[in-house]
Design a protein around this ligand. Sequence first.
Ligand code: BJW
Length: 240
Amino acid sequence: MADIRNIVILTGAGVSAESGIDTFRGGGGQNGMGLWEKHRVEDVATPEAFARDPDLVLRFYDMRRAAIASKRPNPAHEALARLDAEWPKKQGRGLLLVTQNIDDLHERAGSARVLHMHGTTDAWCTACDARGAWLAPMMERPACPECGASALRPDVVWFGEMPYEMERIYAALSEADLFVSIGTSGAVYPAAGFVRDARELGARTLELNLARSEGSAWFDETRLGPASELVPAWVDEMLR
Ligand code: BJW
């Protein structure tokens, strides 16, 4: 791995599936169904769906926040935290972990540099723009601790909204020697386009997934299997 200095890692729902958090599009979660069960995520994870039926959306995120709090990082999160700690210590080497997941399992495993491009389990006040950690239900329309308005929503990125940290992500992709995608279906842009961007900018590209993603043809290499096995083995290779 002597020629690799800068790594960008993208994770999706598949990295948390073995912690018991269901994926969005089925397969790999605890109950084998997509997270929204009867609904296509594209129909409900939108600002329009929230305006139309806020109870449906708030109930979903209240349940999700509680479920996430009860889960633990798995060996894939732990291996990525080991890489995060060890890789940059070798002079001049950089690593960025970009996750599409709103769960905090990367942080709880010990990863320090994590960008949540689709948000977190925090609350966002649409009246005063304050953001902060939130554990209580939002269904009851609690008041914002900053301004008192009952205008909290989950601090997540829905379809049609701009993902977070895009400038930092594209800056890291432009310097990456290796782009690694872990447990994401490649169905949602702009994340699904990172492999093409990274490749065109000169990076080697590696996919670790239970099944091939939609953009699988763009990867130089694909390894198929559960993240809890593939990721620790790949991290061992990188740190050898
Ligand atoms: C395992 C495993 C195991 C299982 N081990 N692996 C037409 C063409 C192109 C784009 C568009 C278009 N029309 C509209 C768009 C844009 C739109 C979009 O992509 N739409 C698609 C439907 C086509 N995108 C947007 O609107 C985004 N914003 C945007 O584009 O802004 C403009 C912009 C322009 C230019 C630059 C930048 C911005 C916003 C997207 C927001 C997505 N939000 C959600 C919800 C977040 C909150 C929440 O968590 O509830 O994000 S949707 C949902 O999908 C969530 C996820 O992060 C995201 C991706 O899902 P992920 O992680 O890939 O999960 P799954 O379930 O799909 O896949 C699981 C994978 O795990 C599978 O591959 C399994 O094999 C694998 N797996 N078990 C390893 N044990």
